[in-house]
Design a protein around this ligand. Structure first.
Ligand SMILES: Nc1ncnc2c1ncn2[C@@H]1O[C@H](COP(=O)(O)OP(=O)(O)OP(=O)(O)O)[C@@H](O)[C@H]1O
Length: 235
C-alpha cells in the first residue's frame, strides 16, 4: 500500500472573479520508505500538492488515498483527527508555539492524541535526544537558533510516529550549512524509521538526497524519477 496516492487531482483557487488553476490532472503514488522531493519553479503548485497530500486542504477534483483510506469522504472533524495521528508536518517557518518549551512543543501532538503522561515523557526525551537537543528541552523557541527550532519541529513531526512526513521547503529559512545539517538529520531519521518523507524544495542539496524526484510545472507532473538509492549510506 502507498502512504499517499493521488488520482486525477485538481485544485483551483478562486479570488473574487479571478480563478487560479493550481493543480490539474495530478496522479501519483508516493512509494513507502522513500525520501521524495517535489521540485519545480515558484508558483508551479508544490505547496498546493503537499497541502492536498497532508489533508490540509481539499481538492475540487479527483481522489486522494492516505494509507489506503479515501480522505475526501471524511467529515472535517474526522479528517483533522486522522491528520493529527497519521501525518507529520515540517514547515519552512517552523510553526512552533512560542509560549511552549521545546519539550512541550514536541509533546503537544501526543497530548492531543491522548497518549499517557509516562509514555509521552519517554517519547519526547528520546526524540529530543535523536535531534541533538536533549540539553535544550526547557528552552522556548525564542531562545533557540533557526536550526535548533527546525530540529524541534522535526521531533514534533515524528512524535506520533506517522508513516508519512511532509515538509514544505524546510531549509528555506536556514543558512546553507545549517540547512545541510537539517537535511542530513531528516535523511537519517527517515531511513532509521522506514517512514515516507515528502519534501518540496528548490534546494539542490535536498534534491541530491532524494530517492524519488517529482518535477512539477504549471500544476502538472512533468516527470517522476525513481533513483536506485537503496544501498547508499546516509552522510
Ligand atoms: N490561497 C491561495 N489563493 C489564491 N491563489 C493561490 C493560493 N495559494 C496558491 N495560489 C496560487 O496557486 C499557484 C500554485 O501555488 P503554490 O504555492 O502551490 O506554488 P509553489 O510551487 O509552492 O510556489 P513557491 O515555490 O513559490 O512556494 C500559484 O499560481 C499561486 O499564486
Amino acid at each position: 500500500m502507498y502512504p499517499v496516492s493521488l488520482r486525477n487531482v485538481g485544485k483551483t483557487y478562486r479570488l473574487d472573479t479571478v480563478t487560479v488553476p493550481a493543480l490539474s490532472g495530478v496522479s501519483i503514488d508516493i512509494r513507502p520508505g522513500r525520501f521524495t522531493v517535489l521540485c519545480g519553479p515558484s508558483g508551479s503548485g508544490k505547496t498546493t500538492l503537499l497541502n492536498m497530500m497532508g489533508c490540509i486542504d481539499r481538492p475540487d477534483a479527483g481522489e486522494i488515498l492516505v494509507d489506503g483510506q479515501a480522505v475526501q469522504s471524511m467529515a472535517d472533524d474526522a479528517l483533522s483527527d486522522f491528520r493529527a495521528r497519521r501525518i507529520g508536518f515540517v514547515f519552512q517557518n517552523f510553526n512552533l508555539l512560542p509560549v511552549l518549551t521545546a519539550f512541550e512543543n514536541v509533546e503537544y501532538p501526543l497530548v492531543l492524541a491522548a497518549v499517557p503522561l509516562a509514555q509521552r515523557k519517554e517519547r519526547v526525551h528520546a526524540l529530543l535526544h535523536a535531534v541533538g537537543l536533549a540539553d535544550r528541552a526547557g528552552n522556548r523557541p525564542g531562545q533557540l537558533s533557526g536550526g535548533q527550532r527546525q530540529r524541534v519541529a522535526i521531533a514534533r513531526a515524528l512524535a506520533t510516529e506517522p508513516a508519512l512526513v511532509l515538509a514544505d521547503e524546510p531549509t528555506a529559512n536556514l543558512d546553507s550549512q545549517t540547512g545541510a545539517e537539517i537535511i542530513a538529520l531528516m535523511r537519517n531519521l527517515q531511513r532509521a524509521r522506514g517512514a515516507s518523507f515528502v519534501f518540496s524544495s528548490h534546494d539542490p542539496m535536498v534534491l541530491a538526497q532524494a530517492d524519488d524526484v517529482v518535477r512539477i510545472r504549471d500544476g502538472r507532473i512533468e516527470s517522476i524519477e525513481q533513483r536506485d538509492t537503496s544501498t547508499e549510506v546516509a552522510a
